[in-house]
Design a protein. Structure first.
Length: 301
């Protein structure tokens, strides 16, 4: 344990004990969130590893309101509110990114009907695009992830017609005008030529949420898309999740997403411009003992 942990340093102010008879004891709330056993959580508190609303708390008598207080362990945000749900779906092609399609096409109700909570999708993928789609009932988080001003990057893999040249990739990175304004990729690279040399695989990263933007950009440089999948959304990745399956966020994913959302909220309050959401290093192995939530996987019916 750090011998100087009890000394208030800049950015590490120690909170006074709040006399709140309501709320939940901090160690109980942390244990309920799966951080660790209550006894271990008490050790985390006395060691100064817990922050509540940005302030280090070291008193075991502290209480929190799970639905409003922001809590972090070793700098990694923890969601204490059990009513919040965060689900990652690998949306199949042929499914519309809406909870009810007026034309009667397959929609997201196929995947959300089992939830007691009313979840909704963050952003959209067009009907011909598969890949990572977030479902949640956390409105603040959804706003941050969906709004392009917060700079959350999305990564797409596209199979396109023709052999993509270095010149075409450079044009994607430098940007150009489309009918709805200027656009450029944050990065673009060739993954592989297809064996017939009549098609290529391209990875493109951008934070724009405009309609069918990846398809329109690649068509602009002369390479129409024949298949498109979104592989990542900020710190979230599809990994081995198969098309039509879904699962809850892992502890590490949720911590990173909450950190991103809270940082964006601080920027909004201060009036500072939003910064691009670069991947972050996770907490060191063994620093927090929170267990991964029980994941739900579901194939397409």
């Amino acid at each position: 344990m750090d011998d100087f942990a009890d000394i208030p340093l800049p950015g590490r102010e120690v909170a006074p004990v709040e006399e709140r008879n309501d709320g939940v004891r901090l160690q109980k709330a942390l244990a309920a969130a799966g951080v660790a056993s209550r006894r271990v959580c008490e050790q985390y508190i006395t060691q100064g590893r817990i922050e509540v609303n940005g302030v280090v708390v070291t008193e075991l008598g502290s209480r929190v309101f799970p639905d409003r207080d922001e809590v972090a362990v070793d700098g990694t945000p923890i969601q204490l509110d059990p009513s919040k749900r965060y689900v990652l779906l690998n949306k199949p092609t042929g499914v519309v990114s809406t909870m009810r399609d007026e034309q009667g096409r397959p929609d997201l109700r196929e995947f959300t009907s089992e939830f007691e909570e009313r979840v909704y999708n963050v952003g959209r993928l067009d009907i011909d695009t598969s890949g990572l789609l977030i479902l949640t009932n956390d409105g603040e988080l959804a706003h941050v992830l969906a709004h392009p001003s917060f700079g959350v990057e999305k990564t797409y893999i596209a199979r396109v017609e023709g052999r993509v040249s270095a010149k075409a990739l450079q044009r994607l990175r430098q940007g150009f005008e489309l009918e709805d304004g200027f656009i450029k990729a944050d990065s673009a690279r060739l993954l592989a030529d297809q064996p017939s040399h009549t098609a290529s695989l391209v990875e493109i990263v951008l934070h724009s949420g405009r309609n069918r933007i990846v398809r329109r950009m690649l068509e602009e440089v002369g390479h129409p898309v024949s298949a498109l999948v979104r592989r990542s959304f900020g710190p979230l990745n599809l990994g081995t999740l198969r098309e039509g399956e879904m699962r809850e966020f892992t502890t590490l994913e949720l911590g990173r997403i909450l950190k991103l959302a809270r940082r964006a909220g601080e920027q909004r309050e201060s009036g500072a411009p939003a910064q691009s959401a670069a991947p972050e290093r996770g907490p060191k192995q063994g620093r927090t003992a929170r267990q991964t939530p029980s994941a739900k996987s579901k194939g397409r019916r």
